[in-house]
Design a protein. Sequence first.
Length: 457
Amino acid sequence: MPDLFRSTGFRWALGIAAWTTVMALTMFAFVYWQTADFMREELAETLRLEVRAAAAQPAAALERVETWIAMDRHATHYAGLFGPDGTRRAGNLVALPAALPRDGDAARVDAVLDLSQGRVDDAIWAAALALPDGGTVVIAHDTDEIDRVRTTTLRALGLGLVPILVLSGLGGLVLAGRARRRLATTEVAVAEVMRGDLGRRLPVGRANDEFDRLAGTVNRMLDEIEHLVHEVQSVGDAVAHDLRTPLTRLRARLERSREQATSVAELHAAIDQGLAWIDQTLAMVTAVLRIGEIEHGRRRAGFAPVDLGEVVREAAEFFEPVAEDKAVALALAVDSGLPPVEGDRDLLFEAVSNLIDNAVKFTPAGGTVRVEFAASEAGRAVVVSDTGPGIPEDERAQVFRRFYRAEPARHTPGHGLGLGLVAAIARMHGFSVAADAAPGGGARFTLVCPAGPSRRT
């Protein structure tokens, strides 16, 4: 039983029944109020007209009193003609009601009635007016009709309330049962996800109601969770693979040097080589940690207006010596007068630097790297293109994943983290970054800042 009271279906059914009952009571009360008020006003108006007519003709007052009593077959009409001293001259009212004002308006009072079965104390509706001789004429009617309306209304309410409660309760149970079935399927799907089936999704109906929209939102969240989990798994595999290679080489070199080195110089050389491999490993770990720090968004609080064109110029100047050493031409085109962006200047410099470094690294001698910053349809764009081998079309969406290396980059130094860092910085600033083919061959990377304030996610 306690489980029944705690169930959502029972509470919904009880709530619907209670609300329906309140509405029925309100409706019946309104009907009773309107009907009783109408009948009271109709009766009061009749009494007012009759008593005024009797008072207007004092000589005929006795006749009007007797006529009012005689015209009623159901013994519901009462009247009385009283002298100045209050003695009854005619009518079936034993005495003049003490609480009845002589102003011609109708009022409910207690009176003593002289009926065929004897004298009866009862409540009546009556109107009274004074006559010129000091007497009083009273025209009255019983209250039974109005009381019958109240009784009939209450009886109808009692008879109708039970089926209303039953039907509303059943309706609530049906509606709650439908909702419960939908929740049950959702619970099953969530339980499977908790057991590790990240590919399971909540059922989404065609009604596009609140449940469907909630299920769609949860499914999108599960898509993102599945993507992140798979990314973490792939990152873990890549870290293990990339750490194993330098560590294996380091161990082999140290072991070989311990057994074969014949001088201090050879030991120093082995140690230097080992330190280089350790630095390489630390650089990879540092890059992974830096991407995690950026994705966590700890530096959003320090966002400020940044002249992105100036950042692009500084990054291009920084890599000019590197490009000259490789005999690669570095061309720069920056539009002036573009509005600043909201962001972290150091991180934006790092993102642009990684794009230029990547382009210079994969451009052969005699090639060209072009760096541009200009307005575009989507906002402001930083474009870095080269004349290198390019990126296969089916791999362009993957190059921003951590540790991913396209086929042309397999035999060049690096760990596949530079573009992942660019993607993390772009997401942090609400920018977009994409890779495609350069018009003259090679690769082209486009970092777009949307028009207006940057969206921080």
